[in-house]
Structures are given as C-alpha cells and as structure tokens.
Write a protein that binds this ligand. Sequence first.
Ligand SMILES: [Zn+2]
Ligand SMILES: [Zn+2]
Length: 180
Amino acid sequence: MGHTIEAAKTGRASCRSCKQTIDKGTLRLGEEVANAFSPGEMTFQWHHLPCAAEKRPAALKQALETTDVEVTDKEELLKTIETAGKNAKPTSFPYAEHAPTGRASCASCSEKIDKGDLRIAVETEVDTGSFARKGAAYLHPACAPEHTEQDGIDLFEKVKANTLNLEDSDWEVLEEEMCG
Ligand SMILES: [Zn+2]
Ligand SMILES: [Zn+2]
C-alpha cells in the first residue's frame, strides 16, 4: 500500500484539493489516509496530479517515486513539488523539522529540544483528562528509533518521505543521529 497513482476508473470521485470531478481515465493521486469510519483501516483520498503537486507535495513525490504508471508531465510536477514543498508544513507523521520554539521536551528522554534544533514529530494520543485525541509528540532524532520501537533506517525513510523542506545538510545530520 502507500500513496498511489492510477487512471481514474470512473468519473465519480472528486479532487480533494479543488473539489472538481476527476474525469474517467485522468491520472490521479490516491493519498493513503486513515479511514475515519473504520479505525485501523486505510482509505484513499483522490487528487488531480497538478493539484496534488501544490497541496500534497510529499505524498505525490512518494507516489511518483514508486509508481509503474507513466506520468508524462512528471518533470513539471516535480518542479511544482519542489517549490510547494519548501513552504508546506508536513501533514503526515512522522516528519522532521527545526523546532520553531524551545518549549517542547523530548517525549523519550524529557530533555528540552532547543529552538532551531532538528526534531522528529510523531503522532501520539494526547490525554486531555476527559477524552484522548491525536496530537504530535516531539523527539530528538537520536531518541526517536528506540521510542517508536522502529529500526532507525526504516524510520529515517518514513521521515524523509513526509518531509520536503529540509536541506541536504539536515538530512546528513538526521541520518547520522537516527541510523548511526
Ligand atoms: Zn484538482
Ligand atoms: Zn531525547
């Protein structure tokens, strides 16, 4: 599974980005998301490819890298993805970012994560007292694999697929801390 690209089998679905119908036969991105009606199951939300490049750059990039479908305007889409990705806040966990403030502590070691430091955001249940909701927890890159009980390389690959707005030098640091 994962995000997918396919020619629309019917003309019934509409694009989540622009709300317009996706014509039968048009290539579309299926963004894999959790099914709100059926916990634990995944479902697809559909987007026109040019819309996805603007609104879902990380998902489309991942799908373009793995698809067997021939996408004729791939170069154009990748350019849009690159531009859009620089401004986009990641929407899927786990992702990496520079801490915008110094207020968060690492969910694993409880040490503060300094402003500007790279951190890994993962999804977690936040207990508000009366009900549990989903929220983000932050981790030092070096603490992340153990805390999430994942292999560092696997986790690094997932983070990389969800994050577009970091520099190559940031990825070198992350790779060393997570996989080293
Ligand atoms: Zn659209
Ligand atoms: Zn830590």
